[in-house]
Ligand binder design. Structure first.
Ligand code: 13P
Length: 233
């Protein structure tokens, strides 16, 4: 299976920087499956011009049109968007997204044949053995098949901080989550890691047993960093 690299641009890049980013990422030579998740306002530029798969950073769970400011699965699908990030901690903090809302978005993405990238993680003072099963159970309510979901383990304290767990710790938690989901769904989950991934630590992280890829935040819109990341895998 190809390793997956998700670039979550968050709110970065200005309009006049986007073409250069697309041109340079199109020139990257890699065996990895790259998924670029730009700001919504650039989605069409990317789906029309990028050679890589494109994901949205968010999506509404309702397809009824009367939701000002939101974007539906139908609109994403019509643009050629293949993936959507669901449950990112920044949305939980900024918009109070509950487990139920994350669950509804997940269900809608699966119904619309958009691959969800489901983020989940614990904070530094929380015990992952307690927190993660609860979190995953609430996100996965009524979902019987996890084949099309990518599970992005993002410890909250590692997002945008430059601090990340040791590779041994990541391996321990990934193995715990993988076993938990495998027992429940009789299927090995597709697990990736996110949180302070850089060109210097990506090689060690992506080669941890049980990890199929990474999700990169802050540096993912810096084209020189992206080139280094690809070279260092
Ligand atoms: P950073 O890579 O900036 O820590 O962000 C991680 C992240 O939030 C990816 O979704």
């Amino acid at each position: 299976m190809k390793k997956m690299i998700v670039f979550n641009h968050k709110m970065s890049l200005l309009y006049d920087e986007v073409y250069n980013y697309i041109t340079r990422t199109n020139n990257l030579d890699t065996d990895c499956n790259i998924i670029i998740c730009p700001s919504n306002i650039y989605l069409e530029l990317f789906t029309n011009n990028s050679e890589w798969s494109i994901g949205a950073q968010n999506m509404y769970y309702n397809i009824d049109e009367n939701h000002t400011g939101e974007i539906s699965s139908l609109q994403l699908k019509a643009l050629g968007v293949e993936y959507v990030i669901v449950g990112h901690n920044e949305r939980i903090v900024d918009f109070n997204e509950s487990g139920r809302i994350i669950n509804l978005k997940l269900i809608e993405a699966l119904d619309a044949n958009i691959f969800p990238i489901l983020c989940f993680g614990e904070d530094a003072d929380e015990d992952y053995r307690e927190k993660l099963p609860q979190l995953l159970d609430s996100y996965l309510k009524d979902i019987l098949n996890i084949d099309f979901i990518t599970f992005a383990y993002e410890p909250i304290y590692a997002i945008g901080t430059g601090v990340h767990p040791s590779t041994d710790k990541i391996k321990e938690i990934i193995s715990f989550v993988s076993n938990y989901l495998e027992v429940k769904y009789h299927k090995k989950p597709n697990l990736i890691y996110g949180g302070s991934v850089t060109s210097s630590n990506i090689y060690d992280i992506i080669n941890i047993d049980g990890i199929n890829g990474v999700i990169v935040g802050k540096i993912s819109s810096d084209i020189r960093e992206v080139e280094k990341i690809i070279n260092n895998i």
